[in-house]
Write a protein that binds this ligand. Sequence first.
Ligand SMILES: [Fe+2]
Ligand SMILES: [Fe+2]
Length: 189
Amino acid sequence: MSLFTLKSKTHAISMLEDDHKLVKDLFEQFEKTENHGRKLKLVEKAVEELKIHATIEEEIFYPAVRQTMDDPEGLMEEADEEHHVAKVLIAELDLMKGKEKNWEAKFIVLAENIRHHIKEEEHEMFPKAEKTPIDFEALGQRMLARKKQLQAKGVPPDAEAKMVKKVGLRGDSPAMHAQKKIVVPLKQD
Ligand SMILES: [Fe+2]
Ligand SMILES: [Fe+2]
């Protein structure tokens, strides 16, 4: 949030920025701890927060911005694709138990993607959106109501969750298979 504009807690952009702060803090806590049980809890919490956050952005905030903001750079399409990639990783993490070899790597890659996405929203999308005539207080109230509903009832499975469920987890990546088969040329002394 800018130091020069004071927004209330229910201003749509402040709400999103508060969520961003929360998930970034969870990522940091994950990176700092060695305790596996703690890591499991942090992943569960981050995934839940991200699902709710993405849903309110996609259902309410993004459509409002799309209707009112000129976007010749395609910021909104980029954001959609970033959500898509994050939701695939989230759906895979949802199917995992935390014992898989690539579990930690998957969460770290999700965190990297989200940090990048947050930067683009906060530095490019939100400043442009603030110039639109949207009533962000009224929009924030709507987002808050939906957030409470999602917190109470859970987030319905999205297209990515259905897709990942159908395909299943790919624990053994093609690169890992190739590594087993390849005859490695070694330097001769
Ligand atoms: Fe966001
Ligand atoms: Fe987003």
